[in-house]
Design a protein around this ligand. Structure first.
Ligand code: NG1
Ligand code: ZN
Length: 548
């Protein structure tokens, strides 16, 4: 396409989605994320970029998701989904950042430059899938994305309000029809269908109860589970809370991130001692479980717990189907509780890889195993299976001895229930419920597999969070000078102490993580490290205080 036909790109931008701010914005851990009123031009431009990306990928469908995940209502965000349903290729993040930040006057020329640089064939037909979460600012942003797509003569297909993992799934199915049907019904058919199928083979026994409470974070996940609930014939009795009505605010004092970080139960969920509760985040790509005991103490079952539960069950089925040669591995980040890593490597004898924060890094590392289980401690994760693993398991399911066949068939259902494109709270919920049911476990028994080390996560505001650099999967801080030495000194004073710091990719803060043998020590260590960050990395506002 010659640059002259890009006039419309500029016209649309100037007339409908002008850039009204000079604040620099960066494609981070999960795309662009900031206050919703600063995003319209960015989303419009991501519509343009999605078309260019699609044309570089031979016209395969690309996705645009409008969401700020677990952030509060005033924020919003946008991210692109690549053809296999995975996160945008990392080398394109800089291109996205450049396009988002140029002035309207330079937009036409920059778009032309990018088209040339990536060698996109602009004559190819392309369809772009667009989805959004429940935020009141989302429809307007979705329209801006669609306008961007149309400005470059792509065809937008809008799915309305869907979970982030649903849109990933649709994109994958559209480009690979063996994976499923790219519709909401197609998603339910595959994932919920597999759950119902497996439930026929696994009778309820032991301490497992089919009653599950769900905290929907007042977002999209609870709404979708409300649809699914009606199709579950007693296989699971879902009791749904925080569905967005009754004045409940998105992610406010509820949802997976709140539960994980504050280590408190969410508001809005009926309190029943020992009842298992699944807490989703606002766009339903994260899930953690918890229960409150009869002494009112909350017990958290986070992403590490889910990862270990799934990995141990898959290992069991691999052994039973005699497909032990398939290599299963687990991928975590530095936020994984030290006790979980010890349990996985020493008890389950499953290899563990530690990578940088952000699911794209986890997903990538998981690809190196036949079966890769990856989870962030915050509950974002899934399982991915190589073609070799799928073929081997299918073959055993057809040709193996009776017991082998049975295990392989369960594994096939398990694979179908999994959204392999990205972490998916709904799919993960069904996977967890399957394993708990298969093993006859209640939440307390699940928790008893190993003891978490007490931990604490806090945020420190500094002038420029990028003064913090890290290495070794973010476990070592390489700048500013002296900070790592200080952290080492602080950590050395605690039994089972561990701490690290890194700049957030989604908020303008530095995150501090600490764990130690007691909660008091973990809290104190986190506060001391926060003070070190404040002092050595240009803290602003009040200096973090030590706990009394
Ligand atoms: P940042 O803000 O970069 O820490 C957070 C999560 C990530 C990931 C992204 C995307 C933590 C500590 N960090 O990133 O794991 O989920 O959001 O949503 O939970
Ligand atoms: Zn999310």
């Amino acid at each position: 396409m010659p640059p002259s036909s890009l006039r419309v790109v500029y016209a649309f931008a100037r007339e409908m989605h002008p850039k009204t701010t000079d604040i620099f914005i960066q494609y981070g851990t999960a795309g662009f994320r900031t206050k919703a009123n600063l995003l319209e031009h960015v989303v419009y431009r991501m519509g343009l970029l999605a078309v260019i990306r699609s044309r570089v990928k031979n016209g395969r469908t690309i996705g645009i998701m409008i969401t700020a995940s677990h952030n509060l209502e005033p924020d919003n965000g946008v991210k692109l989904i690549d053809p296999d349903g995975e996160m945008l290729e990392q080398s394109w993040e800089a291109i996205a950042t450049k396009l988002a930040n140029v002035s309207d006057n330079d937009l036409e020329a920059t778009t032309a430059e990018i088209i040339k640089e990536v060698n996109a064939n602009m004559t190819l037909k392309t369809s772009i899938f667009i989805g959004m979460d429940t935020r009141y600012t989302s429809p307007r942003l979705a329209q801006a994305a669609a306008n961007g797509v149309m400005a470059l003569k792509g065809t937008p297909k809008e799915f309305g309000i869907v979970t982030t993992p649903m849109l990933h799934f649709f994109v994958k199915c559209r480009n690979d029809n063996t994976y499923g049907t790219p519709t909401e019904e197609g998603y339910y058919e595959k994932i919920v269908g597999a759950f119902k199928n497996i439930r026929q083979k696994l009778p309820v026994y032991g301490n497992y109860s089919t009653t599950l409470y769900v905290d929907g974070a007042n977002g999209v996940g609870g709404k979708k589970l409300n649809i699914i609930k009606k199709t579950l014939d007693g296989e699971l009795d879902l009791k749904l809370f925080n569905l967005g009505g009754n004045g409940g605010k998105l992610n406010l004092n509820c949802g997976a991130d709140f539960v994980k970080v504050s280590q408190k139960p969410p508001v809005g969920v009926e309190h029943v001692p020992m009842q298992r509760v699944a807490s989703l985040d606002g766009d339903s790509d994260r899930i953690v479980y918890y229960y409150v005991d009869d002494k009112d103490k909350m017990h958290l079952l986070d992403g590490d717990r889910i990862a270990t539960l799934l990995a141990s069950y898959i290992t069991e089925l691999l052994t039973a189907s005699e497909a032990k040669h398939l290599k299963l591995g687990l991928v975590q980040t530095a936020y994984a509780n030290g006790a979980s890593t010890a349990y996985i490597t020493q008890k389950l004898k499953v290899p563990v890889t530690c990578v940088k924060t952000g699911v794209k890094h986890l997903h990538h590392a998981a690809l190196s195993y036949d079966i890769g289980v990856y989870f962030e401690a915050n509950g974002h994760g899934t399982v991915i299976y190589s073609d070799n693993a799928k073929k081997t398991i299918s073959k055993i399911a057809e040709e193996g001895e009776s017991e082998q066949r049975k295990a392989a068939q369960l594994l096939l259902n398990f694979i179908d229930m999994t959204n392999e494109t990205v972490g998916d709270a709904i799919s993960d919920l069904f996977l967890v419920e399957t394993v708990l049911c298969a093993r006859g476990l209640d939440a307390e028994q699940w928790l008893s597999t190993y003891d978490d080390l007490p931990c604490r996560q806090v945020k420190v505001t500094v002038q420029d969070r990028n003064v913090i650099s890290t290495a070794d999967a973010e476990r070592v801080c390489t700048s500013p000078e002296g900070l790592q030495t200080r952290i080492d000194e602080l950590v050395a004073a605690y039994a089972d102490g561990r701490a690290f710091v890194r700049p957030s990719g989604t908020e303008d803060v530095v995150r501090v993580y600490a764990e130690a043998d007691t909660q008091q020590s973990a809290d104190k260590l986190a506060a001391e490290v926060s003070q070190a960050v404040y002092d050595l990395a240009g803290g602003v506002g009040n200096r973090p205080e030590l706990p009394a």
